[in-house]
Design a protein around this ligand. Structure first.
Ligand code: C5P
Length: 223
């Protein structure tokens, strides 16, 4: 039998990554961070000196780099042309430019194709996969039996993200999250949206363990 797909969308800082990894670990599933793929492609474009505000320039090059994603939730990896870029993709340069790259339709076509290949392989070879991003429930895996939309207040999201990136500038972090959310929600190509059949989970007052327990419960019910 084919493995299960758990699709998780939501804005930055809503707890998607920690929740997805936690659920995957608890149930022996693979884990795919699609945001890391958009970041990796953005890192490569910047490294090549591409002007990422030029959509045609981005579109012309999206197929060039080879992206390799490791889907073990205990040690997820991301490589571009064989180079480990896990640290580089979290830097300010990439964070400031990723929304521009991800708004280009050719970027999305290329990465969605790669994501579906990774999902198909995981379903064939394992118990299944938890996939997180902005368009997983709507575009990448709309047929997934478990579809979640995570939210949290802007303050809670900024506080969490600040801890993750080890900054004390919570206000600056909140401004950055708000800017990216606005870009990601307003773009023409696959904007961040919640579909009627995705379960919305507001994680503001919950700790990570509580959220993981809720999602594991939904996953077990769907199998
Ligand atoms: O999740 P993360 O913050 O790492 O994602 C970085 C960026 O990648 C987002 O701000 C968004 O522009 C883009 N993204 C996307 N679709 C996804 C995942 C991420 O457009 N499925």
């Amino acid at each position: 039998t084919e493995g299960i797909v758990i699709a998780i969308d939501g804005p930055s800082g809503s707890g998607k990554s920690s929740t997805s990894r936690g659920v995957a670990k608890e149930r022996g599933l693979r884990y795919l961070d699609t945001g890391a793929m958009y970041r990796a492609l953005t890192w490569w474009m910047l490294d090549q000196g591409v002007d990422v505000s030029d959509a045609a320039a981005v579109a012309a090059l999206v197929d060039r780099p080879v992206l390799t994603m490791g889907t073990d939730p205990d040690a997820p990896t991301v490589a571009v042309d064989g180079r480990d870029v896990a640290v580089e993709i979290r830097g300010k340069d990439v964070t400031d430019n990723v929304s521009a790259v991800s708004a280009v339709p050719e970027t999305r076509e290329r990465l969605v194709r790669t994501q579906r290949e990774i999902i198909a392989a995981a379903r064939a070879e394992s118990e299944g996969i938890v996939v997180e991003g902005r368009d997983i429930t709507t575009v990448v895996a709309p047929e997934a039996p478990v579809k979640l939309f995570l939210t949290a207040s802007a303050e809670a999201r900024a506080t969490r993200r600040s801890k993750e990136v080890r900054t004390t500038d919570v206000a600056g972090t909140q401004a950055d999250l708000t800017r990216r959310d606005a870009l990601d929600s307003s773009r023409k190509a696959s904007p961040l949206t919640r579909t009627a059949d995705a379960t919305e989970l507001d994680t503001t007052g919950l700790d990570l363990g509580q959220v993981i327990t809720l999602v594991v419960g939904l996953a077990d019910a769907a199998r």
